[in-house]
Write a new protein. Structure first.
Length: 358
């Protein structure tokens, strides 16, 4: 039985910070799979990424839980997939039971470490397939949250490595440091700012841009100003994918000082653009960054370590060039959207075959 129709359950679609969901759905559409998106809430952001607009993804979305069952009965999906193990998974589980079709889920980060459901393991047992984005996530899900290992697969999100591509000759007047991140506490942006202050105090000439928005923006801008970094660090707010790509293609180093991560897509975008990265040793980051090869992994809450790693890259152009090439190779080999969707379809086909054989 070939996969032809799949329904997705999500909290909000489209959400500006969740390009990985839109990219995944768009790739399925390109492969001839029909998709129905069940969004629990309407989007509050007015900006849209090109992948949403160019693929008319909002025309495939249905909003509000009361409308889901009638839409599903008309669409007749073969299975349901939930992004995040919170309310979308509980919804997928209920709808799959009503329609008598299997469901799967992808668990990412906050739904594992910060706000896991009280019945997390039970939800995973009811799913025909459970996917997460890093080996670190998988270990935590099994060892701490009690998820069964038998139906658990690790499939990192992917990026379009044709679109996120390097510009080998960069034109920035000063080395450019880029951080693409929501401005939330667990992203730990103050560490980045203190690292930038150390770089300045060491006499390093650079610029830094932070791409993203969030509840902490005002506090972070105040901290930046108090550290005397107003001329060096720019907070850009919500940034389109075209702009993000433009920044990555000029970047010398990518930064991410998080306290917790699953497998950050922003770093995949950096790698795809041949940018070495410096990021903290949390979640799946050590699985994607090999220190001295395509970047450096540093301890959490350690601005001097982050500054030291950035200096190593900036002060050795030959090393930086080699790390950039290795970064691109890593993205092509492990984090392409094609590879991700190939593996997802394999799992969903197996679900359908098991269903047919039962």
């Amino acid at each position: 039985m070939k996969l032809k129709r799949i329904a997705y359950t999500v909290n909000v679609f489209p959400k500006f910070s969740e390009t990985f969901i839109a990219n995944e759905i768009a790739e399925l559409k390109r492969r001839g799979v029909e998709v129905l998106i069940l969004s629990r809430r309407n989007p509050v952001e007015s900006l849209r990424h090109p992948v949403v607009i160019d693929n008319a993804l909002e025309t495939h979305a249905c909003y509000g839980e009361k409308s889901f069952l009638p839409a599903l009965k008309k669409f007749r999906p073969q299975l349901i997939h939930a992004h995040f193990a919170t309310q979308p998974t509980e919804l997928a589980r209920m709808l799959s039971s009503v329609l008598d079709i299997p469901f799967s889920l992808t668990a990412h980060c906050y739904d594992i470490y910060r706000r896991p459901a009280a019945d997390f393991s039970e939800r995973c047992r009811h799913a025909s397939a459970v996917i997460t984005v890093s080996e670190a996530n998988a270990r935590y899900m099994v060892d701490v949250l009690g998820a069964p290992a038998t139906n658990l697969s690790v499939i990192p999100c992917g990026v379009d490595t044709d679109w996120f591509n390097p510009k080998w000759t960069r034109h920035a007047k000063a080395p450019l440091l880029v951080c693409a991140s929501r401005l939330q506490p667990h992203k730990n942006i103050p560490v980045l700012l203190h690292a930038c202050a150390l770089l300045r105090d060491r006499g390093k000439i650079f610029r830094c841009v932070v791409l993203g928005d969030g509840d902490d923006r005002a506090k972070l801008e105040a901290l930046r100003d108090s550290l005397g970094l107003s001329d060096l660090v720019q907070f850009c707010g919500l940034t389109s994918q075209e702009e993000v790509r433009g920044w990555w293609r000029e970047a010398s180093v990518g930064l991410l000082p998080s306290l917790a991560e699953g497998m950050p897509v922003s770093l995949m975008e950096a790698l795809a653009c041949a940018v070495p990265v410096v990021a903290t040793a949390v979640g799946g980051i050590p699985e994607m960054i090999s220190s001295g090869d395509n970047g450096y992994v540093v301890p959490v809450n350690d601005p001097p370590a982050m500054a030291d790693a950035v200096m190593k890259i900036l002060e050795d152009p030959r090393r930086a060039s080699g790390m950039g090439k290795s970064a691109r190779e890593t993205a092509l080999a492990r984090f392409s959207l094609d590879h991700q969707v190939d593996r997802l379809i394999d799992i969903w086909q197996q679900m359908l075959h098991r269903r047919q054989a039962a």
